[in-house]
Design a binder for this molecule. Structure first.
Ligand code: PMP
Length: 445
């Protein structure tokens, strides 16, 4: 097989450098970029830059491109919809793609009973909408969130988000009535440290918070990522999620799951909460929902989604017809091509390599994931779990020079995550993993 990667170092090339200089001059310095790639086009799992270098993409737009870059059928759906109706605004009137997508999501989300949907533009906007629904439904103010959580960068979602220095420093004051508890992060669990038997002692932290911090009768919602994304690709134990469900039931708390990064086949299920068998009340989605078009959704129990007063929810662009057409086609592709099964295969292949690397390189402390949502956590050495924050930066840089696009992850910024497009071929996956190991080898010394 011909390799996909084709790069001519030194990178970035001259045309890329010129555009990067313009970016530095014209764009806010506060917007981080993982690599210096300047994309001209992308198809499937491959990205070609303006100098003609072709990279393999192990980021998929941070989990946005589960159906790959520019799938022909989605491109055609976008073209066709744009020719008919680019925009109307769902506050002005109705158009079928919005309604067809809501029907599709209501059918797809495994919650029993009647379901409804509201569409918006971004993950953050959808999270805010879910909080509004929960508050309107319960008449209560408080929200429980997690250490390591990422729910967005708007003020309310930033208040829910963790990782202070990178995301929040200098941006307060934050929204009130938010209570944060430790996430079941077994590798760094102060109780079991991933070594012995997990007794779910971390669940007691949550129970205690309902005594020490806030009365459960004032809690509108608990929001959780069943697999923490920015926090480092940490799957919560299924038993933990089931206990959370029972606790929410006991106190009438709305359970919101944030599936923005983990949803749409990434973990081998439509939504990552499905692995645990729980039924949340509201599901927040974005990213891969619309194959790269800006679109987000809240789907959940009809009585909660309907709780805000008439006119209480709205958005100028939310549920734009072109984005809805892309989403309908993307979902059709995921179903038809069984991308859930493919994600599981990709996860198995990837984890087999990661486990081998963990034995080989002492700077790899933990490898983990669910389906094709996989990550490596770097530490100082075999018996020293101190986060190694330098290693991921160097691994990402070395991989870029060799034609692989990567991005970090982790509460301590000491991880590298892989979110390959689920349409990647086995050859491309092995090629990219080969480059990743080479990069780790260089950094491990
Ligand atoms: N929730 C999760 C779990 C996310 O990963 C993200 C984005 N990384 C968001 C919410 C925010 O989504 P957006 O950037 O579309 O606002």
């Amino acid at each position: 097989m011909m390799p996909t990667i084709h790069v001519r170092p030194p990178l970035p090339g001259p045309k890329s450098q010129a555009i990067l200089a313009r970016r530095d001059a014209a764009v806010s310095k506060a917007s981080f970029r993982s690599t210096p790639v300047v994309a001209a086009s992308a198809h499937g799992a491959a990205v070609t830059d303006v100098d003609g270098n072709t990279f393999l993409d192990f980021t998929a737009g941070i989990g946005t491109l589960n159906v790959g870059h520019t799938p022909a059928e989605v491109v055609e759906a976008i073209r066709s919809q744009a020719g008919d109706l680019i925009h109307l605004c769902a506050i002005v009137g109705s158009y079928e793609p919005y309604i067809a997508l809501a029907e599709k999501l209501n059918a797809l989300v495994p919650i029993s009973g009647p379901k409804k949907t509201f569409l918006s533009n971004s993950g953050a906007e959808a999270v805010e909408t879910a909080i509004k629904m929960a508050r309107a439904y319960t008449g209560r103010p408080a929200i429980i969130t997690y250490e390591g959580a990422y729910h967005g960068r708007t003020l309310l979602t930033l208040s829910l988000t963790s990782k202070y220095a990178l995301f929040k420093k200098g941006f307060g004051p934050f929204a009130p009535e938010i209570y944060r508890v430790p996430y079941p992060y077994s590798y760094r669990c102060p109780h079991c440290r991933n070594e012995g038997v997990c007794n779910l002692t971390c669940f007691e932290d949550l129970e205690r918070a309902l005594i020490t911090q806030i009365d459960p009768s004032a809690v509108a919602a608990l929001i959780i990522e069943p697999v923490q994304g920015e926090g480092g690709f940490i799957p919560a134990s299924y038993e933990y999620l089931r206990k959370v469900r029972a606790l929410c039931d006991k106190h009438g708390i709305v359970l919101i799951v944030d599936e923005v990064q983990a949803g749409f086949c990434r973990t081998g299920r439509w939504f990552s909460f499905e692995h645990s068998g729980i039924e949340p009340d509201l599901v927040v989605m974005a990213k891969s929902l619309a194959a790269g078009m800006p679109l987000a959704a809240v789907t959940g129990r009809a009585e909660i989604v309907d709780a805000p007063h008439l006119g209480g929810l709205g958005s100028t662009f939310g549920g734009n017809p072109v984005a809805c057409a892309a989403a309908l086609k993307a979902i059709e592709i995921m179903e038809r091509d069984n991308l859930n099964q493919r994600a599981e295969q990709i996860g198995e292949i990837t984890m087999a390599h990661f486990r081998r690397w963990k034995e080989k390189y002492p700077i790899i402390g933990d490898v983990r994931g669910l389906g094709a949502m996989t990550a490596i956590e770097f530490v100082q050495g075999r018996n020293d779990r101190t986060p190694n924050t330098e290693a991921p930066l160097k691994v990402v840089a070395e991989a870029y020079q060799r034609g692989l696009l990567l991005i970090r992850a982790g509460l301590y910024s000491n991880g590298v995550r892989t979110l390959v497009p689920l349409v990647i071929t086995d050859e491309q996956l092995e090629e990219g993993l080969g480059v990743l190991e080479e990069a780790i080898g260089v950094v491990a010394g």
